[in-house]
Design a protein around this ligand. Sequence first.
Ligand code: HPA
Length: 244
Amino acid sequence: MGSGLGSFVDALEDAIPFSYDDLDDFHAAGVAGHNGTLYLGRVKGTDVAVLQGRVHYYESGQADAMKVPVRTLAGLGCEQLILTNAAGSLKEEATPGSVMLINDHINFTGVSPLFGEKETSRFVDMVDVYDPVMRAKFHQIADDNNIKLHEGVYIWFCGPSFETPAEIRAAKSLGADAVGMSTVPEVILARHAGMKVAALSVITNMAAGMSDEELSHEQTMANADIGIQDLQKLLISYLNIVSS
Ligand code: HPA
């Protein structure tokens, strides 16, 4: 769960919280809106683990900051990982408060959470990493609930400063639709660990240079609240479908 998207855990039944402070190598997130708790619970009979809060590459300069949490999920038997984040939009029609399903990404940082891995499995296939079957389910759910679900390519910038307008123009010409500072390292770790992956962005702002509003973390949090309702509906309906 990314910025401000923590209230999803209210939908869990019998949730047991584990503070990251009590879990080895789970690093508490140092960003407002990102606390650090692992919840284990259920939604309609499906076992669900929720990582509320993530650490970002920009917090320590370590691209593998989420290695242990992601591998813990895989070790617990999670088959599918659904990631959420807050992102800036490069598409005029995807306005703040809307939700975008990620269908591919561009790793613009040049770093990998798999640096230093020794096994041949480090050469992870990156085609269809955003699982087409999971994506189709999310579109079906969005249609059924009258939720406008955008779809597009997410580009990972390292942050913590926001992008420059020139960087956003460059990103647009590379084919990006949304920009953010997270998710891609977790996706790489999850595919390496054999989990299926889907990822959803709440659009919190138009990317740098695309609107007159000044970019700030406060604005990100305020607009995240708007998209959260739709996102929660999508997530809960998804879990209901996979458990039926
Ligand atoms: N850029 C990078 N990360 C973000 C943005 C953005 O515009 N909005 C929310 N997270």
